[in-house]
Structures are given as C-alpha cells and as structure tokens.
Design a protein around this ligand. Structure first.
Ligand SMILES: Cc1cc2nc3c(=O)[nH]c(=O)nc-3n(C[C@H](O)[C@H](O)[C@H](O)COP(=O)(O)OP(=O)(O)OC[C@H]3O[C@@H](n4cnc5c(N)ncnc54)[C@H](O)[C@@H]3O)c2cc1C
Length: 202
C-alpha cells in the first residue's frame, strides 16, 4: 500500500481505555499538478519516523453513533474508512448485537487501508455484513466484493437504519441521494467531510 500507511501506533495516552492511539494519514497529492501537495500529510509521509513525537488532538467529528440497538449503515470510500473503523471497534468491544451494514469503496484491495482489520471487526459482530466495491478487484472476485463504484441501491437496507457516510464529496453525494430515494430521511443520514463542508451545495 503506497499511499496509505499508519504513521505511528504507539503513542501512550493516559486515561484512554487503550494504552495506544493510532492515526492513519492519506498523503494528499496535488490533484491536477498545479495545486500544491497537502502540506501536513506530505510532511508526515516524507519525514515522520518511528520514535518521533507527534502532538495530536483528541478525536473529533460529526460521526458519533447513537447508543441503542437501531440498525446502522456505515458507508465509506478511501480514507473515509477511518471513522468507520472506530465505530466498528467500539461496537465489537461492546459485543453489540446491532445490525450493521458496512459499505466500503476503494480503487483496489491494495488501496484499501486497514482491509484486514475491517474483516476482523466485521467478523466480531454477529449481525454485521460487509459489502465492498473495488474499481479494480483482485481476480477471482471474492464473495461480497463487487466491481465498480459503490451502489447502495443493490442492498436491502434494514428499516429505521441510521446512515453514516465518509468519503470524497462525489461518493457521499451519490450515496446520500440513493439513500433518500430508498426512503431514509435526511435526519438519519450523517456525514463527515474530510475538508471544507461545501459538498451539499455543489
Ligand atoms: C473530522 C475529520 C477527520 C479526518 N480524519 C482523517 C484521517 O483519519 N486520515 C486522513 O488521512 N485524513 C483525515 N481527514 C482529512 C484531512 O484532515 C485532510 O486531508 C487534510 O486537509 C490534509 O492536510 P494536508 O495539510 O496534508 O493538506 P492541505 O495542505 O490542507 O491540502 C488539502 C488539499 O487541498 C489542496 N490545496 C492546498 N492548497 C491549495 C491551493 N492554494 N490551491 C488549490 N488547492 C490547494 C491540496 O492539493 C490538497 O489536495 C479528516 C478530516 C476531518 C474534517
């Protein structure tokens, strides 16, 4: 995996349930060759090394899963997987019996960050079902893997599901539109934009 790598996994944090914290950083390349490369992610990929001390904030964002037993749909693409892993980790740790539909889209299995960890977390949840879309899947195509871009209209969604989306704007706009068509209410669809929050107006 060239573009995505965990930069450090062993920063001790007092008071957290775990003894370690982890960050996962996608290197932001220049999209069109004219815009600059991502400043901080490029620096981390180029210079951060084991043993370095990195100051990090507490986690934050809009994808907080409500407690309870309502069904969940977690839909991510690319580096948008990071909040989904935290949610799944929390559910697995709580031995949750919630129905969880896990959707992830990526260019290929090699681009899919934390792919094996996702498998493991889903395997620890008795009512979680993964659905993966790769633009270039490995041959032969594995069960629950589809070729192309994510298409949630092909899934049977549980009633009263709450949806959580994270990924590039075009992915989230597409998934959100499909979920609205399938009857989800806007208030049941939460999303996290990994950048300026302008996508709804695009
Ligand atoms: C709540 C939240 C959680 C997140 N979690 C993660 C995570 O776990 N992992 C992860 O990898 N990312 C995560 N992100 C996304 C991450 O914060 C962004 O990718 C971040 O902007 C990268 O920082 P950077 O300094 O490398 O890039 P920046 O320097 O901020 O650049 C970002 C993009 O803007 C373009 N750009 C910069 N300056 C210009 C300019 N002058 N003109 C045109 N284009 C320009 C760059 O080419 C690049 O594509 C998260 C975002 C949020 C809001």
């Amino acid at each position: 995996m060239q573009q995505l790598r965990a930069l450090f996994e062993h920063a001790a944090v007092e008071g957290s349930r775990r003894k370690t914290w982890r960050i996962t950083v996608k290197r932001e390349r220049s999209a069109d060759g004219r815009a600059p490369e991502g400043e901080v992610s490029s620096w981390l990929h180029a210079h951060a090394r084991p043993g370095d001390i990195v100051k990090v904030s507490l986690p934050f964002g809009d994808l907080a899963v409500p407690e309870g037993d309502s069904p969940l749909l977690l839909a991510s693409a690319g580096i948008g997987i990071t909040p989904m892993l935290s949610i799944l980790d929390h559910l697995a740790d709580a031995s949750s019996g919630r129905r969880v539909t896990v959707v992830h889209a990526d260019r290929s299995p090699a681009h899919h960050a934390h792919r094996l960890e996702l498998d493991d977390l889903v395997g620890r949840l008795p009512h979680a079902t993964p659905h993966l879309w790769y633009e270039s899947p490995q041959e032969p195509v594995q069960p629950r893997v589809r070729r192309g871009r994510a298409d949630v209209t092909r899934l049977t969604l549980p009633e009263h599901a709450s949806a959580f989306l994270c990924g590039p704007p075009a992915f989230m706009q597409g998934v959100r539109g499909d979920l609205l068509t399938q009857g989800l209410s806007p208030k049941d669809i939460r999303y996290e934009v990994f950048g300026p929050d302008l996508w709804l107006s695009e």
